[in-house]
Every structure is written in C-alpha cells, then in structure tokens.
Design a protein around this ligand. Structure first.
Ligand SMILES: [Zn+2]
Length: 416
C-alpha cells in the first residue's frame, strides 16, 4: 500500500507540469500498477506475506525480478516449479534436450506422455499452468560461449541445474564476467551440494574451489553413477530457495558456504569456503578474462567416459590405502578444507586443500606412494587425476574418503 500512495502522490505532483504531464502521468500509472500487488496477488501469496520478514516489498521484488534456470533435468524441474509458484515475474529456461523414459524417475516436470518431446516446451506449458502471469522465456538452443553473456545479462539471478562440467564452468565464468549471483547445485547418488557463489566481490566462484574441469572420463556423472530422484528434489528446492532469497532480498544468504546433504545417512553439513587469490578467474592475476580464451566443449553434453577402468585404476580401497601407508611408506594427502580437518582427520596426513594443491605441489613426494583422501572420495579423485597429468604416477585416490576409513578402522571418529 505504501508504494501505491507514494506513486499516486508523485503522479499528482507531475500533473501540474503541463508539457510533460501526460507522458509522466501515464508512465507513473504504469509504474504504480507495476509497483503494487493486486488484491488477487495478495490472496495468492498470502502464505508468504504472513511470514515475519516477508512483506509486500519482498513479494514485489520477486514479481519484478528474473531468474534463469540452466538445465531442466533433476534439479531444474523442482527449482523452476517452485520459482513459478513463488511468483517470480520472469523465468528463463535454457535447455535443448528431449524427454527420455529414464528421466522420469527424477525430472518431475514431465510425464510419460512427454517422452520424445522437447523438455523446454513441456516445461513452459507446465509452469504456465502453475502461474499464468509469469513470463516464461525460452532459450531452446541452450547456452554456449557465444550467447551466454548476452543471455545472462537479461536476468537478475542464475540457477545452475546442469549435469556436466563443461556447462558448470561456462556458467561460472559467465556469471563472474556479467556480475550475476549464481546458485550452484549438484547431485550424485544419495548426495547433493548447494552453494551461492559470486554474489559479491568477496564471494568465491566455482573455480576458486575447483580451478580446472576434470578430464573427461575421470569423474562419473549421473548416467554412470546413478542418482536418487528425491535428492534432486531436495537440492533443486534448496537452489530455488537461495535464488528467491537473493531476488527478494530476505533471509540469510551466505556465499561460499557449501551445504552438503547425504540423504542415505540423513546428514546435513556445511563447509565454509573462501575466495582463492590464485583463482584463474576471480583471483589477483586472472588467466581467464574472456570466454573466448577458454576451451569449452559442446554445452550440456555429457562428458565422454573413456572407460571405467581408468577410474578404477586410480582408486584404491581404504584397506589397500592403510596397507600402503603402513607397509610401503605411503604418504597420505588430505585435500579437504580447514573446517573439515577440525572435525576429524586421519593421523599423519599432509594437509593441503584441493584448491591449493597446484601451488604447493613441491611439497608432495614423487618417490613414495601418494594416497589422496577427502570426505567421500570425489575431490580426491579429481586431485589424483590432476596429479597424474603432471607426472605423479604414484598418486591414488582413497575410495569412500575419510567416511569409509572411519567405517573400517575408527568407528568413534566424528562424522559430518
Ligand atoms: Zn574464483
């Protein structure tokens, strides 16, 4: 109501200026209607407006704002549905894929009737059924290095629901260059991660944590590793929540706080990650200053998996790791973050966070077996891939990470 009164008064004062009056009054009336909720909207979003801290201004910011959803799969499905339901005025969709039967286990935008049809068309229809006043903008070619900055410039917040590293790095880089906040999410089997990146100059970007993409074939994706449908619902909904907070300017948004969810063990944990001054994108001496200087592969494609054998070769079990450490003078490298070391650690491990391994590579032995370890074995696998690419043929990743170690050898170890 305060917006209505303010704009009404402003409009009346303009009437006294005869030359510009009509133009200004017309524009102010449009402005006024745009700046207030209708009675229908007040009723529709009443369960938002009843929450302390959510007032009409917040709902108006959602109405006037825009969010781009990259990928309409397991994460983009629940995320886009909640954005439309919440009253976001403009929702962009970037996707070029078609529905396949194995999508239906988690991609809740679609039904069996949609198999073979373009996801983006089905999604638009579904979202428009949910909220016909939302403007749904389609980017049916997906994103690529040529169009991405232009597309991102049209939105306030970017929500990444992509399922591959090429797109994830492209989205991250374009968000940094276009100064757009990014809500990152990923899922793997029973686990998922959510994090807000790049929402201020102090915030880290994705490359601060993982400077370079993994080589094709070294990290399995959902196609190879599998994923539970419901974890996509959890993570996609959390992404929608963070995007709504950014757009509506309410609640607490903490960039660089990685929220990890493990639905198999009912564990939620947070890790505080910091900006990396050596980051190739947002660091003090950036290597990436334009998207044209980077080699991004075809967007939204699944990484080519050379063979599972390669993954197996560079991973060893916790039992093998312990044997190598105890009997072959193996060196254990812990690539988790300092917050994680404080919770638990394996005695004797060398501590270097993943993002600093490249800078501190001289501290690592080449003449001894090198066992790399993280929380669950994903980060360590990537580090080993990198180490092998720079000549550390002796490096292996400890499968299952410190969690598997605790299960096998130290059940009293603190978990997170
Ligand atoms: Zn960075």
């Amino acid at each position: 109501m305060s917006y209505f009164l303010l704009s009404k008064n402003a409009g009346l004062s303009r009437i006294r200026k005869p030359i510009l009056g009509c133009v200004v009054l017309t524009s102010m009336l449009f402005f006024r209607s745009h700046m207030s909720l209708t009675e229908e909207e007040r009723a529709r979003y009443s369960r938002h407006l009843k929450i302390p801290g959510i007032d009409e201004d917040v709902q108006l910011r959602l109405k006037k704002g825009s969010i781009l959803v990259i990928g309409l799969g397991g994460l983009g499905s629940p995320a886009s549905l909640y954005l439309a339901a919440a009253g976001v005025g403009k929702i962009g969709l970037a996707e070029f894929d078609r529905v396949e039967s194995h999508n239906l286990q988690r991609q809740i935008l679609y039904t069996e009737e949609g198999i073979g049809k373009k996801k983006i068309d089905l999604a638009k229809r579904r979202l428009q059924e949910m909220n016909e006043s939302a403007e749904i903008v389609l980017h049916d070619q997906g994103i690529d290095p040529k169009n991405v900055r232009d597309i991102f410039s049209q939105y306030d917040v970017i929500l990444d629901g992509s399922d591959n590293f090429d797109t994830r790095y492209l989205v991250n880089d374009a968000c940094f260059l276009e100064k757009k906040p990014l809500v990152y999410g990923s899922v793997f089997q029973f686990e998922g991660q959510v994090m807000v990146l790049n929402d201020s100059s102090e915030a880290p970007c994705y490359r601060c944590l993982f400077p370079e993409p993994p080589a094709p074939g070294t990290v399995p994706n959902c196609s190879e590793a599998g994923v539970m449908g419901a974890i996509c619902g959890v993570i996609g909904s959390l992404q929608a929540m963070e995007a709504l907070k950014l757009l509506g300017k309410f609640g607490s948004v903490k960039s660089g706080i990685l929220l990890k969810v493990d639905v198999f063990n009912n564990r939620f944990s947070k890790i505080a990650l910091k900006k990396n001054c050596n980051c190739p994108l947002c660091g003090e001496e950036p290597r990436i200053i334009d998207l044209g200087t980077e080699n991004y592969s075809v967007p939204c494609s699944l990484p080519v998996i050379e063979s599972n054998l390669k993954v197996m070769n560079i991973e060893i079990s916790v039992e093998q790791a312990k044997q190598v450490i105890d009997e072959e003078n193996g060196c254990l490298l812990d690539v988790r973050e300092p917050d994680e070391w404080e919770i638990c650690e394996i005695k004797g491990a060398v501590r270097i966070p993943m993002g600093s391994v490249a800078d501190r590579i001289n501290e690592l032995p080449k003449e001894r077996p090198l066992i790399v370890q993280c929380h669950h074995g994903m980060r360590s696998l990537r580090v080993v891939n990198y180490l092998r690419s720079v000549g550390f043929e002796n490096a292996s990743s400890m499968k299952g990470g410190i969690a598997a170690w605790a299960d096998a050898f130290d059940p009293s170890m603190a978990r997170y």
